[in-house]
Design a protein around this ligand. Structure first.
Ligand code: GDP
Length: 284
């Protein structure tokens, strides 16, 4: 977990005059964290801590038992994670290889995280956004029907491996199901599975199958809510509360905090980077 000594707390950072500057413009992929920190407080919170922003709109009678936020890193930790995701000569971030079978997958020495979700949920966009500080990395997309679906492995320096699993859908061939299941069941260095759910649509039948699979294999997994820029605040809050309740009451292995993200506004992306750095043991 994040070292307590590093918890500067967002407030302290936010009080500095530079951060309270009036610089206000839409996020661009090339914007550095230093520039993000110049945003007005409300915009900064929305970008870095989307759940905190949503919580402000909760009805006062929501109840003391509802905790939307558990992972709440300091800005300093977010900055440390940012450097892990920044490609440099000494921190190579590269596409490693693809595999259709687990025995073709690369080495097991580094901790691994994988991303799963049904086709069109926004998985490639999210991985591209996470890798926006390593623009050379090519996130391969193979969407054409009949195209071989593969697991794509990316190396993030000496820190961890990120695996982009093929998107599933109602026409997923059996060998594909076998590949995903076998990977999830057998991959020894798999630290966390990120299961993507479209925040506009909510949990679908197909998502439920993936959830059941994670539960059955007793995997530690995390639910990521994609495309949050597409909903009104009211709709998003309703979805977050419903899905959070589902996680609390129907799951064992799911991390009890949702990760809402948008690859359009970039909201939640820095927090996810920090969470990944943390669970792969790189923020200790
Ligand atoms: P994948 O099939 O899961 O890899 O999905 P993609 O990343 O290709 O995204 C599917 C569609 O959703 C594309 O048209 C994307 O532009 C769009 N999309 C992905 N993420 C977002 C997002 O955060 N906001 C919005 N508005 N659209 C998104």
């Amino acid at each position: 977990m994040v070292a307590p000594g590093l918890r500067l707390g967002a407030e302290r950072f936010l009080e500095t005059p530079a951060v309270l500057g009036r610089l206000s413009r839409p996020y661009s992929m090339s914007q550095t964290l230093a520039e993000v920190l110049q945003l007005p407080k409300k915009q900064l919170t929305k970008l870095l801590y989307p759940l905190q922003e949503l919580e402000r709109h909760l009805a006062p009678d929501t109840g003391p038992d509802l905790h939307l936020r558990i992972f709440d890193p300091s800005l300093e930790d977010i900055a440390r994670a940012e450097s892990i995701f920044t490609a440099t000569v000494r921190n190579r971030i590269d596409y490693l290889s693809s595999a259709v079978r687990i025995d073709h997958a690369p080495d097991l020495s580094r901790p691994e995280v994988c991303f799963i979700g049904r086709s069109n949920v926004g998985k490639s966009s999210l991985i591209k956004a996470l890798f926006s500080l390593a623009p050379e990395v090519e996130v391969r997309v193979s969407k054409k029907p009949g195209h071989t679906k593969k697991m794509n492995f990316f190396k993030v320096g000496k820190y961890f491996t990120l695996v982009d699993m093929p998107g599933y859908g109602y026409r997923a061939p059996e060998d594909f199901v076998d590949m995903v299941e076998t990977y999830l069941k057998e991959r020894r260095n798999l630290k966390r599975t990120f299961l993507l759910v479209d925040s506009v649509v909510g949990i679908t039948k197909t998502d439920n199958i993936a959830i059941e699979m994670c539960e059955e294999f007793a995997l530690p997994y995390v639910m990521v809510l994609t495309k949050i820029d597409k909903s009104s605040k009211g709709h998003l809050l309703k979805q977050v509360l419903e899905i959070q309740k589902f996680v609390n009451t129907h799951t064992q292995g799911c991390f009890p905090q949702l990760f809402p993200v948008s690859t359009v506004t970039f909201s939640g992306i820095h927090l996810m980077r920090c969470f990944i750095a943390n669970i792969t043991g790189n923020l200790d």
